[in-house]
Structure formats: C-alpha cells, structure tokens
Design a protein around this ligand. Structure first.
Ligand code: UDX
Length: 446
C-alpha cells in the first residue's frame, strides 16, 4: 500500500517525463518541472515529444488521475517530500568529459525553493564525486534538507516497464557517505517506491560514490560485452567462422549469457558511448586512468564496425560507391526509438554519401529527427521507396517491419538483389533463396 507523497521531478526530458508519470502511476502527487515551456505544455496536454512504446497511455492515465501536472516554474516544486533531478549530462563538445551545466543549474535553482526535511534525489548519470559535492551545497544552503543518489537504468523502448519493474533499486544515502542529516533518505525512497519494494525488487543501499559508479560500471560492462562480440566478428570475418553461431554457443554458458551478444554495427545512442567516455575522463582526473584504458579499445572496436560496413558496401557494389543507389533501412540508434543520437546507421549513411553514393534513408519513427539534424540526407517514408532501383540494400537498424520484409516481393523494386545485414537480423536463407546476395558483419561472406 502506497502512502501518497508530494514529489517533484526536475527536468522532463526522456528520463524525467517517464519518471514523473510512473511515480503518479504509483499513487503519488507529482509535479514535473521543465524549463522549456513548449515541452511542459505538450506533456501537460498528454502529447509525448518523443517516441516510446506505451508511454503516451501512461502519461494520459496519470494526467487523468489528477495526480500529475507540469510547470515551468520551480516554485511549484515547493513542499515536495522528494525532488528528483532528471536533467541530461551530455558529452562536452570536443572532450570526453560529461557536461554538468544542467545538473548544477537545476540543483542551484531547486535549492532556492527547498525546505528542511526534504530530500533531493539525483537520478542523472554523473561522474563519481558529483553527489558528494551537491550534498554539501544542499546542506550549506538548506539546513535540515538532504541529498540521495538513485541511478536510473531504463532502456529506450522499454522505459515504462524498466521504471515500474526495475531489476534493482540502488540508493546512495547520506548516512553511509559521511554526511549527517536529519532526513532518513532510505525511508523516504522506500515510501516513494513502496510498490516496487513490495514486489521483492533487490535493493542496494550504499554510499554516494558506489551508487554513482553502479550506473557507469553497468553501462561500461554492456558496452564491453557488445564490443567483445564485435571483436570476435572481426576474427570470424578473417577466418570464415560465423559470429551468430559463436554467440549462441558461448551464450549457452549462463556465466556468459546470450543477451547483449548481438554482433553488428555496434552501440550508439545517448548513453553507452558518452558514458564510457565520461568514465574514462573521470578516471583520468582521479589518477586512475590505467584502470579504464580497455574502454578506449571498446570504443575503437565499436567505431571500426561502421567503417567496415561502408567497406563491405563498396565491395558488393563492384568496388566503387560512386553514383550507386543505396537504400538504408533504419536511422534510429536502435529499434523502437526515434532517438538518433550517435546513431551508427546515420554515421554509415553519411559516409556512403561522402563516398559518392546516392543514399536514401528510411525509418518508421526517426525521420522527423533525421530531417531536422541531417538535412543533407535524402529521407523517404517506406523501405520500398528507399529501395527503388537500388544497387544495394543496407539493414542498419533492425526494426521488426524490416526483419519481416518479404525478400521475394521486395526484390522486385531493386535494381540488383544485394543485401547487407548490419545487425545480423535477417533470415539469411530466405533472402538467399529469393536470389539475393547476402553479406553481413562477422559471417561467411562468400
Ligand atoms: C542503455 C542501457 O541498456 C540502460 O540500462 C541505460 O540506462 C541507458 O543505456 P539504451 O541506450 O536505451 O540503454 O539502449 P540499449 O538497449 O542498451 O542499446 C544500446 C546500443 O547497443 C544500441 O545501439 C543497440 O543497437 C546496441 N546493441 C545492443 C548491440 O549492438 N548489440 C547488442 O547485443 C545489444
């Protein structure tokens, strides 16, 4: 049974909007504070400014319950028992380190309305050491208030499920971080997450530094796992072995596990690439850079996959991309998302274009973002339009509708039946029996 609390969520981007609506779903009274007035108004009207399966329903349900509201005025956060800081920490331009401008600005303006007995809860991904520094600012300015760190692990495309049914809860609390506060942070967070705690969700209560590191360590491990299998893919290509069967076989060992062993174009998005880079930068500041030099290699392996994909495209197009028509299926960094931040697909599309190919990009959700940020790329609405008269088709983001294309009828629109499977997601046999030349990363390419 949930004891309803008043909560505020500062920053209603992807993470904050989902968190705010999910907390209202748990029974709390939530105000989302968003400085971008247009975004706040859109959310308040039940319109989601990004694509996330299931989120619009949750947002509308929470708004209809009367427990969720949005505002651009920080004063509306006044009196909340817990204030969740959910602003972004992007990579700094031209550097590896994270840009903490938004976290610092949000905390500073929150402190102006913060009252004693209230808890500031950091959810953004930050360099280790940030929480301790912010906690000092809170304690100095608002005696009786406290800060906790509570990292978020949601995946795009599964954000609602990951927020309401997380694998674990992690609390970095003041009492274990050498800070003496009147607020029992663990108790407040247990009240916030009462229903999730009651589900038996594992909980780790720890100090700030560990809580901050859990997030970056988890993302570094995931990135490493992907780059590991992509390194194996490079070897498979050199030896004629098959990386998909290799992944299946090693994945049966449950110490290894099959998840996140899908070889292909590698990782992109707003988290994994920037998080491993920020982690390396922070390790350097702490004098521990040697501990993370392997992450540089993880990043290199990942970036090499994009170059290899372009090479493979050139090879199948009779060793020249000049004037070749190439269909690119997928622009988002992964399926079920319209996010194009550091998208491997767009990076490949742009390289092909630079090498003189005539590229047409399609994606079920991300085209508005592509048109906004990559105006040099030619976008079309359907895979058939993209493939019209094509010399080669590249699958770069494995949307279900592309995996389910019928190679027979799809083959009628292209000039030459050549397909490059950048995500090892197509049924090779089906495409080959329909007369396609099939090429993929990490597979027999003969
Ligand atoms: C990730 C973490 O999974 C999540 O826990 C954290 O909170 C935020 O960062 P997300 O960026 O949404 O989530 O995407 P994820 O599903 O992890 O995929 C990341 C990238 O890795 C995608 O580009 C995906 O295509 C790629 N990937 C994933 C692979 O190339 N192979 C795999 O086996 C798995």
């Amino acid at each position: 049974n949930t004891t309803p609390l008043k909560l505020s969520v500062i920053g209603c981007g992807y993470l904050g909007a989902v968190h705010a609506a999910s907390m209202a779903e748990l029974g709390h009274e939530v105000v989302g504070i968003e400085v971008d007035v247009a975004k706040a108004e859109s959310l308040a009207a039940g319109r989601v400014p990004f694509f996330e399966p299931g989120f619009e329903e949750l947002l509308r349900r929470s708004l209809d319950s009367g427990r969720l509201s949005f505002s651009s005025d920080m004063a509306d956060a006044r009196g909340a028992a817990a204030h969740f800081v959910c602003v972004g920490t992007p990579q700094r331009r031209g550097e590896y380190a994270a840009d903490l401008t938004y976290v610092e600005a949000a905390t500073a303006s929150l402190i102006e309305v913060l009252g004693p007995g209230e808890l500031v809860v950091g959810k953004s991904t930050v360099p280790v050491g940030t929480a301790a520094r912010l906690a000092e600012q809170v304690a100095a300015r608002v005696p009786g208030a406290a800060l906790a760190w509570n990292p978020e692990f949601l995946r795009e495309g599964y954000a609602v499920q990951d927020t309401l049914h997380p694998d674990r809860l992690v609390y970095g609390v003041p009492s274990l971080s050498g800070a003496d506060t009147a607020v029992d942070a663990e108790k407040v967070l247990d009240t916030v997450y009462a229903r999730i705690v009651a589900d038996g969700t594992p909980k780790v209560v720890t100090d700030y530094a560990t809580a901050e590191m859990v997030k970056t360590a988890a993302n570094s491990f995931l990135a490493t796992k992907i780059s590991f299998i992509n390194a194996m893919a490079e070897l498979c290509e050199a030896t004629g072995a098959d990386v998909k069967q290799l992944a299946d076989a090693i994945g049966h060992d449950d110490r290894i596990g099959r998840k996140f062993l899908n070889a292909g174009l590698g990782f992109g998005g707003g988290c994994l690439p920037k998080d491993i880079r920020a982690f390396m930068a922070r390790a350097g500041e702490l004098g521990a850079d040697q501990a993370l030099t392997f992450l540089r290699e993880v990043d290199n392996i990942n970036m090499r996959r994009r170059i290899r994909m372009v090479e493979l495209a050139r090879q199948v197009c009779d060793d020249s991309l000049l004037g070749k028509r190439i269909a690119v299926l997928g622009a988002a960094f992964k399926p079920d998302s319209d996010d194009i931040r550091d998208s491997p697909a767009l990076n490949v599309a742009a390289q092909l274009q630079l090498q003189g190919a005539n590229v047409r990009v399609t994606d079920p959700q991300a085209l508005p973002n592509v048109r906004r940020h990559w105006s040099q790329l030619d976008c079309v609405d359907t895979p058939e339009e993209a493939a019209e008269g094509a010399d080669a088709v590249l699958l770069l983001t494995e949307w279900k509708q592309y995996r389910e294309l019928d190679p027979g009828s799809f083959g009628k629109v292209v000039k030459t039946r050549r397909v490059l499977d950048g995500r090892n997601a197509l049924d090779r046999e089906a495409w080959e029996s329909a007369g396609w030349t099939y090429r993929a990363l990490g597979r027999r390419n003969v």
